[in-house]
Design a protein around this ligand. Sequence first.
Ligand code: ASP
Length: 259
Amino acid sequence: MGRAVLEGGGSALDAVCACVTVLEDDPVFNAGRGAALTAVGSAELDASVITGDGRAGAVAVSRYAKNPVLLARKIMEETEHVLLISPDIELVRSLGAESAEPDYFVTNARQLQLANVRAKLAPESRHGTVGAVAVDVRGFVAAATSTGGMVNQSAGRVGDTPLIGSGSYARDGFVAVSCTGDGEAFMQGVVAHEIYARVRFAGARLSDAVVETIVSELDKRQATGGVIAVGADRRVVIAHNSPEMFAAYEEGGELVTLT
Ligand code: ASP
């Protein structure tokens, strides 16, 4: 999906939004329809987009946008704001984003998962966020990230995904980053920006920047998660200290796995 956009000369922003939209629509992933549910059984979705020229848009506690990532893009492009919290359905529509009723996002599988977690029959899952990073033919980068947050999280809890610099970051000439995992640690460690800062100001190789950030900001907090990143040289870094993380990449990938 993203590949076709890029091969057609599309922007990195178009590519990452195309990828994340597909993942949001697939109920298997913790984003959009089929996202993790809060303690009261609601789907409260977070998403962000950021382009390497320094623009960003994000939504937290989204209930009515069919694709939160596309609403985040509308917020970036159609408003003077970066982050909106819990926009109502009229605002979603007025921004030109497709709307959906809250029930659309809630699946039987997620309701069963929540019931099991609340009955202490299953662990509280803190993973499954989706994201994409890309460099386009002109060398511009972008990142997009979308999530339902953590299973059984408090209603109203906001994670790292809509916080620019924590769950995502991008800067032309350096890197685009998208994160998944224990959001509180990503927020406390400002993980995505930390990776960028190590590349830009310490001259670190991207793979080293990612690994060192996971060690210093996640391991230190006994937190788990993972990062996908792409550098200005188009090399991809996929790294995680969680037991597993699903990721796919185009040619030129450099796989770094921490367990
Ligand atoms: N990072 C997300 C959050 O804390 C959870 C995830 O990655 O699945 O909201």
